[in-house]
Design a protein around this ligand. Sequence first.
Ligand code: PMP
Length: 457
Amino acid sequence: AAAGHGPGCATAATAAPYRCGGCGCGGGDGPSTSGRAGVHTSCSSACSSDRGCSGGSSSPGALLRLKLFSLNDYLGLASHPDVAAAAARSALRVGLGPRSSALVAGYSHSHRQLEAAIAELKGTEDCLLFPTGFAANLSVLTTLAGGAAGEGGVAIFSDELNHASIIDGARLALRPGSGSGSGSGSGFGSSGGGGVSLHIYRHNDLAHLEELLAACPPRCRRLVVADSLFSMDGDFADLRGLAALKRRHGFLLALDEAHATLVCGAGGGGAAEAAGVADQVDLHVGTLSKAFGALGGFVACSSAMKALLLNRGRAYVYSTSLPVPVVEAAAAALRVSQREPWRRRHVWSLVRRLGAGLGVPALSPVVPLVVGGEGPTLELSAALLRGGMGGGGGGGGAPYTHMHVPAIRPPTVPAGTCRLRVSLSAAHSYADVDELVAAVRRSGVSLITLPHLLEPA
Ligand code: PMP
């Protein structure tokens, strides 16, 4: 996030306490503050200075209040006092914990407990923690493809809008030997010419996926992999459709629930839980860096699948395990999310409010405001950061509202669909969202609706 770089910056943790804007969610005492933070005037959110900056509308070194619509901290847990206390207690007790790969000495009781808690959340036999969600996807794809050696091969089917870590994992899986857990040097291994093929299906087009599946030789094992909540469009995979296809064609289903875990489903289990198909998912991939407010990745799956990943997932085997305070923070965040269900309700009410306010499809806490070209998108983002367009105005001595809403451009999104990616959080109030709506409306920029967002899966 912005700030947090030195004595001059007000960090998310030291900003004024957040009070829920009266949605009836019971969040009036909610101390979450991560939707707001201070940065130096004229600095971007990447500011790393602790000396204060010159320029901008205020005096050099002055602080300004910046509302962040750029974090993936969907439940506002990254700065929750219980989460912070869990990390601090743990750090005082064990430092960072054993710095070693999990298979050597880096696996602690804390890691085990968090794995068990996530397995319970996902309704799976077990779970394996990874250093990041990126590493989790890399391991899933390379391990399952590597396990195909000499058995008729593996075909990977991947949605065209899947996250970069899935794309890279699939590319790596295409390389001979990528699935071997042995050897820490150049990827020699056991693909044995079994053959891995990659098939990209059009976004959420299950008829296309079915065509591709039908063309796959019968002896070939199939892995279908999809984001459950797409990170740049905020829409959902057609999970019931995928489950029905799975019954017809028999494949392994790996679902990346990075953005949906703790956000979707009555129990926070994710989009698969919300769609009632969690038991059809073989590998529930996730991250601890978004709604968990921490860092790390996981795969919740069967014990047998875990054993495979643990032995063959090179990004697991050859990475240092997560620091214990981070694991304890994530475990505390999970407990808070269950104890304070108002957070999930609140963020979803903000989604509806933003969509209604701007007249755009808002399907999840990730809301794309599609502008089109790069220039106008960057201009709108810069104007929101400068402030002066929001409800606070600047007249009558009221402070401008400065908002960080990042511009997303190619290659992350297709040309002509540059957008502001709004990320909503339970740490935002209704007033925050209203200010954003007012500012975007006043900019006069007309927003484009992506057709596939009109027909949600
Ligand atoms: N999957 C998706 C869909 C993501 O958006 C991200 C993070 N941007 C990841 C995986 C990677 O997670 P992490 O940040 O924990 O590496």
